[in-house]
Write a protein that binds this ligand. Structure first.
Ligand code: ZN
Ligand code: ZN
Length: 347
């Protein structure tokens, strides 16, 4: 599936949408089978906008958009569809061919796992993932008695009866608001430290990331598991901790090198977030940092990229010469990755 970037002159927005070849796989329902037709014209709509139809009404509680359905504007020049890729998109619509073309707006939630798009009884318009986590909304909760309209010029609105029929959100020049979902198997092991000093797989046999931090900074277990502790030089690792995790029935190890001290006992069971030691520069190290790695199955197993399998803190930055890597992981920081996908690994 390719993505295409386009500029919509009408809305003066730039967004990324799924290419037309994918759009056409969404079949158009027969004319008249959509929810439009019972238009409600609230005060503000009559005053300012093109004719609008009601898409869903949350007067009596949550009202879902049917995934894949084409909700048409009253003049049938536009369709609104919640796609299989989790993106809510407005397209031009050709009523004679029944096909959508040239997207004009989207929620920009493609490939974030959204499976449910709902106008809620509390007035908020929300996209949820299958696991129930919200990934996008219009920030209109509290404005109850809401209904969603779609107008002849392709504009989506949330309108609230309880707010005197005011438009509480409009798609005009607004893509809604992404909600960050941190949902990866490991937490960031040094919560207050955001400087990456070496990239994963940076060309020097480095199946780890280096996180620069002051000596003595607390290092946390990235997930629950059983600890092994090692002291000394150990081939350059210095004082280090290995934690063995059982995640969904499979074994993974996380390794924390160059510690100035270890604050957990060998054999201890820890939870995610338990302190295991302090950042240092023991072993083969030129300055205080945490060398952090994730390994599959055993100590010598495949290395997995921590930039994809840990919940990254906001504001991560590159402090040496790994800007490309840091830009890449920052750009993907809202995406979820499961360990079984093996997408980001080496060795
Ligand atoms: Zn390293
Ligand atoms: Zn190192």
């Amino acid at each position: 599936m390719k993505n295409t970037t386009f500029t919509s002159a009408k809305k003066k927005v730039i967004t990324t949408l799924t290419a037309a070849s994918c759009i056409l796989s969404v079949s158009a329902p027969a004319l008249g089978s959509t929810a439009i037709g019972n238009a409600i014209f609230g005060n503000s709509i009559v005053a300012s906008a093109a004719s609008a139809g009601t898409v869903v009404d949350a007067k009596n509680g949550n009202a879902d958009l049917v995934p894949g359905r084409f909700y048409k504007s009253p003049n049938q020049n536009y369709v609104l569809v919640f796609q299989g890729d989790g993106n809510l998109v407005v397209y031009h619509y050709n009523k004679s061919t029944g096909k959508a073309y040239s997207p004009t707006w989207s929620s920009q939630t493609e490939n974030r796992g959204g499976t449910k798009c709902v106008l809620q009884g509390d007035g908020n318009f929300v996209i949820y993932r299958k696991d129930g986590k919200a990934i996008w909304n219009t920030r209109t909760n509290g404005k109850k008695g809401a209904y969603l309209t779609f107008s002849d010029d392709g504009e989506i609105r949330v309108v609230s009866r309880n707010a005197n029929y005011a438009t509480t959100w409009s798609s005009r020049n607004n893509h809604g608001y992404a909600i960050e979902v941190a949902d990866r198997p490991f937490i960031w092991p040094v919560p207050d430290c955001k400087a990456i000093s070496s990239a994963f797989n940076d060309g020097r046999n480095h199946g780890a990331i280096d996180i620069a931090a002051a000596s003595g900074t607390s290092v946390k277990a990235a997930a629950g598991g059983t600890v092994q502790t090692y002291y000394g030089y150990n081939g350059g690792a210095g004082n280090y901790v290995v934690i063995t995790h059982n995640i969904n029935g499979a074994t993974y190890l996380t390794v924390y090198m160059h510690l100035s001290s270890i604050t957990v006992a060998n054999g201890a069971t820890v939870s995610a977030g338990t302190e295991i030691g302090k950042v240092g520069s023991t072993g083969n190290s030129t300055g205080p940092h945490l060398d952090f790695s994730i390994r599959e199955g055993s100590y010598y197993g495949t290395r997995l990229d921590p930039g994809y399998y840990t919940n990254l803190p906001a504001g991560l930055y590159n402090c040496t010469n790994c800007a490309n890597y840091v830009n890449e992981i920052n750009a993907n920081r809202n995406k979820s990755y499961t360990l079984s996908s093996h997408t980001h690994s080496n060795y």
